[in-house]
Design a protein around this ligand. Structure first.
Ligand code: IMP
Length: 489
């Protein structure tokens, strides 16, 4: 006899609806905040969290989370997890590229004071940059700025940069400036189109361009680290984490996630323990799990956020292949129960990321109302212009390729290195192209806020504690769809 046979059916998100509540003035859409917790950073000295400004992350998948998507999503207030199904140096390079992006702060290409103007002229053409900071060859101290307006190649070709640059004492400089507002205040006071940012030893750190300031101020929800660099996560596997994690951490990654369809295992416990001992400041998201016990197990091993869901992803065939999994709604409900119990007993809040099969805006709303702190999506982002694939036209429809990390296509890269199961857990297909991430996501965010306003809540915390949900019958779901009218195409 099995240990437990449950006759209560496993529930999916699409079976639930959020009931409306009283909408007061403080629940108007413009007052709603979607700020949420992504991971705990609690240790012996602080009890803090990594936060996002919208409750959305992109899945660690080859067809989803590349550099462009990661930068665009961070600007909107969410975060990407860069996939680990690639060589370590390639994944590290992606993290470095993302981290080189500052919210308005640019890591500049510098030139030597001894460079010939002829060479500088060539650089301005090759790189398309109009301005270069000049730094001391030995210690990187900032000396001045030189740009294409400071020389005429027919006259100055044999001069050196030091002869034509504008020296630092004639410039406004931002010392130890970290916020864009501060940089804006200095730059708008002066006449320069660019502000060099230096540290207290006058070593050059960044440039802030006048033309970029307003662009970046247009993204007030952008999530950044304490140096104003984009926030980014990365996946690791339980096979090579001892080699991979240190490289990603040295590249500046903000948090890691262990990539596995079944996280309730000694593999994840060992990985978590090793990371906790060697890199105690880097939060690790573990999973996926779908049970109360799975949540407890990973949190006790040191996980700082938990990914929930098994067998529900749009490209996933785990349930079909192995008969293993659970409806995502039931899995979230169980994990939320475990999270709340753990919080009561320990005082530490371990966020929950609902993952797999969240294919509509409605699903996002229900997952959050059931208690998830964040949703992770693959298909949703694979459709956008910023995902790493090219569009194709199939039957006159513009599509993008999308494949599972457990499909043979994604697993090929490492076949030579790791033992692989001889069956796939994911498929390859196409998804309808959705255009720019910003437009798609902003529409989704409007719908989430509108639903929260109807429910009479104005924050994710209020949604978690005050939402009223109901399971729908098959007929009531049918009633909620368009019916009994003719709509010519
Ligand atoms: P989607 O948002 O429904 O497309 O699901 C994305 C999620 O599916 C990912 O975040 C993973 O948890 C999961 N996943 C990714 N690749 C595979 C696979 O090949 N098989 C099963 N699940 C997968």
């Amino acid at each position: 006899m099995a240990n437990r046979i449950c006759f209560e059916p496993s529930r999916t998100l699409m079976e639930f609806r959020l009931l409306p509540g009283f909408t007061s003035e403080k629940n108007s859409i413009d007052k709603i905040s979607l700020k949420t917790k992504l991971a705990s950073t609690k240790n012996s000295t602080n009890n803090s969290t990594i936060n996002l400004n919208i409750p959305v992350v992109s899945a660690a998948m080859q067809a989803v989370s590349g550099v462009d998507l990661s930068l665009s999503l961070a600007k909107e207030g969410g975060l990407s997890f860069i996939y680990c199904s690639q060589p370590i140096d390639k994944q590290k390079e992606m993290i470095q590229k993302i981290k080189a992006h500052k919210a308005g702060f640019v890591t500049p290409k510098t030139v030597s004071p001894q460079m010939k103007i002829e060479e500088l002229h060539k650089l301005t053409i090759d790189l398309g940059f109009a301005t270069f900071p000049v730094v001391d060859d030995k210690d990187n101290t900032f000396l001045g700025l030189v740009g294409k307006n400071d020389f005429d190649i027919s006259i100055h070709a044999n001069y050196k940069v030091i002869d034509r640059m504008i020296a630092k004492d004639k410039l406004k400089i931002g010392m130890n400036v970290t916020s864009l507002e501060e940089a804006k205040a200095i730059i708008l006071e002066g006449h320069q189109h660019v502000l060099p940012i230096v540290d207290s030893k006058l070593k050059l750190k960044y440039l802030v361009f006048r033309k970029d300031i307003n662009n970046h101020l247009n993204y007030p929800l952008e999530v950044t680290d304490s140096y104003s660099r984009s926030l980014v996560g990365a996946a690791i596997s339980t096979h090579d984490y001892k080699d991979r994690a240190p490289e990603l951490i040295s590249a500046g990654v903000d948090l890691l996630t262990i990539d596995s369809s079944d996280g309730h295992s000694f593999y994840q416990r060992d990985t978590l323990e090793w990371l906790k001992n060697n890199f105690p400041k880097i939060p690790v998201v573990a999973g996926n799990i779908v049970t109360y016990e799975g949540f407890q197990f990973l949190v006790n091993a040191g996980a700082k956020a938990i990914k929930v869901g098994m067998g529900s992803g749009s490209i996933c065939i785990t349930q079909e292949q192995k008969g293993t999994g659970r409806g995502l709604a039931t899995a979230v409900i169980e994990a939320v129960r475990a999270r709340d119990d753990y919080f009561k007993s320990s005082g530490e809040y371990i966020p929950i990321i609902a993952d797999g099969g969240i294919t509509s805006d409605r699903d996002i709303i229900i997952a959050l109302a059931l208690g998830a702190d964040v949703v992770m999506m693959g298909r949703y982002f694979a459709r956008t212009a910023e995902s790493p694939t090219e569009t194709v036209v199939i039957n006159n429809r513009v599509m993008k390729p999308y494949w599972g990390e457990g499909s043979f296509k994604a697993r090929n890269w490492r076949e030579a290195r790791y033992h692989q199961a001889n069956f796939a857990e994911g498929v390859e297909g196409f998804v309808e192209y959705a255009g720019k991430l910003k437009d798609t996501l902003r529409e989704t965010i409007s719908k989430i806020k509108s639903a929260m306003s109807s429910a009479g809540v104005s924050s994710i915390e209020e949604l978690h504690t005050q939402a009223n949900l109901e399971v729908m019958s098959a007929l009531s779901i049918r009633e909620g769809q368009v019916h009994d009218i003719y709509m010519p195409q």
